[in-house]
Design a protein around this ligand. Sequence first.
Ligand SMILES: [Zn+2]
Length: 159
Amino acid sequence: MVDDTDLQHLSRCVELAAEALAEGDEPFGSVLVAGDGTVLGEDRNRVAGGDRTRHPEFALARLAAANLALADRAAATVYTSGEHCPMCAAAHGWVGLGRIVYASSSAQLAAWLAELDVPAPPVRALPVTEIVPGAVVEGPVPPLAEQVRELQRRYHRPS
Ligand SMILES: [Zn+2]
């Protein structure tokens, strides 16, 4: 299922999420990896400027669409600190990317935000497979999910 290579890429996603937090963006990060293991791209959330569609999974889906043949997209894996939102899941599905591995799930995020009394976002949190029925999805990964939880706490409750 989730092996050491997967954990390395997921750890990088959490690092990117921490970088986003340090820049005032929401703490999310993602990495796109080719079927042969080559890292093709990475990005982090960039919504602080006012465009709330600047999610890393969306950026990587468009990077894949611009640069990869269909077969290469299907062979690629998207690692992400938090499960895709519906917008990003749809982009993933339309572009035809492959496996998704996430550190923390949308259900976990929703529960954490509720605990922090954060108002519900304008877009509902749904499992990726509700949006892309054929998606191959793995996660959450508990130790890393706890790190993501702490980043969310720091974003919403800076001390
Ligand atoms: Zn998203």
